[in-house]
Design a protein around this ligand. Structure first.
Ligand code: NAD
Length: 484
């Protein structure tokens, strides 16, 4: 094994679990990286107890002191950048460049948390003579964060720095497919000075997620993963009277208009569909080509042919994922779509046991095909032809998802029309992957997100805090009036 066994992290210690274990396999070459315990109720109870014990002292510490730990943690992420990058590359299968970009985003998220004292200052007003109302944002208690496989380092950082800097104590449940990064995150947080019990890691799958949703002492649950499981978690956590934000899957549309800049569009579309092997909830996976755009499609295909598995294209997460993606391509072809660039049946020399799918461009997909509607989660672009922009928007609007939508055009007016009419939480204009950067928040619409707040940025402050309103009066001479 390239890495030591993954363990749970509770009360500042790595703890041995007697639970059954799962193998952690590298998608790059099928090699065994580590093992991960599939923890149960007892392990969760211990972690919650540790978090509850840490909470009074941690939440009472002034936020300006709490964020000092995140200033130090940010420096540790920077100092360990290459090692953490390699780890993401190994466990997730993305390229080194993509893994490094993931780490850079984790650093940015941590940097945002360091700015929280400037954003959470309360409000105070004299509401009648001598009577003051004051509003403060207080931590909510023990919270949980459940993560998917596609960003082993970044997605945990969507929640860890903000939730903890705001005074909460956290239980992280990483994806059992990529659990190794979380152990390093725990070590580095401790090295930065985070007190024991403030951050805990409990590994596992379905059983532990259900136990989190049911646990009476967990106040809030954040989830990132597929829509199917997001619905299960949202229903179960809110049914147990917890606050919950659950981010789900996606089917992101890129609208290409005939006046678009060819080079910029081709590069943007190809990068959007193939980055992280298409395993991004922000990947552009359906292109809506409006009117005469054959020249742009040719250029996109040319760009795609320069994307080579094992070189500038990483692996997909598992054998099952590879088979699922290839099945979508074959079904579309059987239904009459034209495969312009075919990524099926590729192997990478020297890494024959890895899980690779080459870049795939499919033209003349129709809106009723499964590949046009469902999340493929691979380096595949389905091109649907539309006669008008309104027809393209209608197809986009019909999607059950709503994470992101982009338009490529040189017309400000048409771009504005798409910004107004696309049914998605994150919109790109001549940007293929419109991920908002801090302090702007991340979150989709429709079945791409359940719950009211976004998961990052300023919006997340509301999710991780509760408001305390205090009314005070110190001057008896002001007398009693109708409200005080
Ligand atoms: P997943 O839904 O299979 O797993 C997510 C988490 O849920 C994991 O921690 C997993 O252990 C747990 N889980 C799996 N099955 C469960 C079950 N039956 N009951 C309870 N818990 C269960 O997702 P994934 O395959 O790890 O990640 C890919 C998905 O995540 C894609 O759909 C992608 O679009 C989505 N995603 C969305 C966003 C976003 O911001 N909207 C970001 C990243 C990933």
């Amino acid at each position: 094994m390239l890495y030591p066994e993954v363990r749970n992290y509770v009360a500042g210690q790595f703890v041995h679990s007697t639970a059954q274990t799962l193998e952690v396999i590298s998608p790059l070459d099928g090699s065994l990286l580590s093992t991960v315990p599939l923890s149960g109720q007892q392990e969760l109870d211990e972690a919650v107890k540790a978090a509850q014990t840490a909470f009074p002292k941690w939440s009472a510490m002034p936020i300006k002191e709490r964020v000092q730990i995140f200033f130090r943690y940010k420096t540790l992420l920077e100092q360990n950048l290459e090692e953490l990058t390699e780890l993401v590359h190994h466990e997730n299968g993305k390229t080194i460049g993509e893994a490094r970009a993931e780490l850079e985003k984790s650093i940015e998220l941590t940097e945002f948390a360091c700015s929280l004292p400037q954003l959470v200052a309360g409000e105070i007003l004299e509401v009648s003579t001598g009577v003051e109302c004051r509003l403060e944002k207080k931590a909510i208690g023990v919270v949980a964060s459940i993560a998917p496989f596609n960003f082993p380092n970044m997605v945990p950082h969507w929640t860890i720095p903000n939730a903890i800097a705001l005074g909460n104590c956290m239980i992280l449940k990483p994806s059992e497919k990529v659990p190794i990064s979380a152990n390093r995150i725990a070590e580095l947080l401790t090295d930065a000075g985070l007190p024991a019990g403030v951050f805990n890691v409990v590994n596992g799958g379905q059983e532990i997620v259900e136990a989190i949703c049911d646990h009476p002492d967990i106040q809030a649950v954040s989830f990132v993963g597929s829509t199917k499981i997001a619905k299960v978690v949202y229903r179960r956590a809110t049914n147990n009277l917890k606050r919950c934000v659950a981010l789900g899957g996606a089917k992101n549309h890129i609208i290409v208009l005939p006046d678009a800049n060819i080079g910029l569009t081709a590069a943007g579309v190809a990068a959007s569909m193939s980055g992280c092997a298409g395993q991004r909830c922000m990947a552009g996976s359906a292109m809506l080509g409006v009117g005469p755009i054959d020249n742009i499609i040719e250029k996109i295909a040319e760009e795609a042919r320069n994307i080579v598995p094992g070189q500038n294209l990483g692996a997909v997460i598992s054998k099952e994922a590879k088979e699922r993606i290839e099945r979508y391509i074959s079904e579309a072809e059987k239904s009459g779509a034209k495969v312009l660039v075919d990524g099926r049946n590729v192997t990478v020399q020297g890494k024959e046991n890895g899980y690779y799918v080459g870049p795939t461009i499919i033209d003349f997909v129709t809106p009723d095909m499964a590949i046009a509607k469902e999340e493929v989660f691979g380096p595949v672009l389905a091109i649907i032809r539309a006669k008008t922009l309104d027809e393209a928007l209608q197809i986009e609007n019909q999607s059950e998802y709503g994470n992101a939508a982009s338009v490529f055009t040189q017309s400000g007016g048409l771009a504005r029309y798409v910004m107004e009419n696309a049914s998605a939480g994150m919109i790109g204009v001549n940007v293929g992957v419109p991920v908002p950067r801090e302090p702007f928040s991340f979150g989709g619409w429709n079945e791409s997100k359940f719950g009211t707040c976004d998961i990052t940025g300023k919006s997340s402050i509301e999710f991780w805090t509760q408001m305390k309103k205090t009314t005070t009066k110190w001057n008896p001479e002001a007398g009693i009036n109708w409200m005080s």
